[in-house]
Design a protein around this ligand. Structure first.
Ligand code: CP
Length: 310
């Protein structure tokens, strides 16, 4: 997301909208006879499944390699795994990896287009794009979700709350949304939201009081506490829940009209309560559905198909 111009974001949204309207025969012709590999070094439900279904819906053949059931367990390197997939016919690799920058290494070593499905604490760009499509559809309507410019989100405040420090979703959204005019307000305790998060760019601010932040939100994006990445950070979960949990009482009192988003997986009862996750302001399942659509366009772009054909 750090390098994607607004014009490219707009092109991806536009292709997403176009593909979504195509009859099945035309859609499955976009990547017919193309081969896509999914290479996952971390667990995933939404990203992996939606990329796989998106590739299949465009007619591609897919194959999945997971660190838990492959020669990666025997010590095979990222480079050799990538070269092996290329030798087997993969024309594009979708990579999730715990190391920041791994997609760039894989692209360099294989010469293949690599789609970043989440790299460490760095970026999760397809998540930011599906979040954007969700926001546009809810705030502006589906018919205006197919293009953006620098002013599309003027006047909108998106509050991102929780474990910002470890969140690639927060980073990608905080880089993308202000470029379209949105104000991004980050919220969380010092341990999970260091002041240097302001360095994510202009249009990003910090408000540590959750109720004050929420009162300004058109969109409230909640994040999971990433226990697997806390590495020695001690957190009083009861204190966290009291200060930062989004529950029905708080939402009704402070932000009764805000959209509620969560990239998943959610930890119900920690950062978000059941009544909010399942309530009318929640867009959580819509986000997942938009992920399928956005990832179709990203695959077409990576493989030079659809409107991205040279
Ligand atoms: N949002 C997200 O990346 O979810 P998964 O880890 O299930 O892919």
């Amino acid at each position: 997301m750090a390098h994607l111009p607004v014009s490219e974001v707009s092109a991806i949204l536009s292709e997403t909208a176009r593909i979504a309207e195509l009859p099945k025969e035309e859609r499955t012709a976009i990547l017919r006879d193309r081969t896509v590999a999914l290479l996952f070094y971390e667990s995933s439900t939404r990203t992996r499944t939606s990329f796989e279904l998106a590739a299949k819906s465009l007619g591609a053949t897919t194959t999945l390699v997971s660190d838990k059931s492959s020669s990666i367990e025997k010590g095979e390197s990222l480079k050799d795994t990538g070269l092996t997939l290329r030798a087997l016919g993969a024309e594009c690799i979708i990579l999730r990896h715990p190391a920041s920058g791994a997609p760039f290494v894989l692209a360099r070593e294989t010469g293949l287009p690599v789609l970043n499905a989440g790299d460490g604490m760095h970026e999760h760009p397809s998540q930011a794009l599906l979040d954007l499509r969700t926001i546009l559809t809810r705030l502006h309507g589906a018919d205006r979700a197919g293009e953006v410019n620098e002013h599309t989100l003027d006047g909108a405040t998106v509050v991102i709350t929780g474990d910002i420090l470890h969140s690639r979703v927060a980073r990608s959204n905080a880089m993308l949304l202000p470029r379209l005019g949105a104000r991004v307000l980050l919220c969380g305790p010092e341990k999970l939201l260091p002041e240097d998060a302001l360095g994510l760019g202009p249009g990003v601010e910090i408000e540590r009081d959750f109720d004050r932040a929420l009162a300004q939100a058109q969109v409230a994006m909640m994040l999971r506490i990433q226990k697997e990445r806390l590495a020695g950070l001690e957190l009083d979960l009861n204190d966290y829940i009291g200060r930062f949990q989004l529950n029905g009482e708080r939402l009704a009192a402070v932000a009764p009209k805000a959209l509620v988003m969560h990239p998943g997986p959610m930890i119900r009862g920690l950062e978000i309560a059941d009544d909010v996750a399942d309530g009318p302001q929640s867009t959580i399942e819509e986000q997942v559905t938009h992920g399928l659509a956005i990832r179709s366009a990203l695959l077409a772009r990576a493989l030079g198909a659809g409107v991205f054909k040279a």
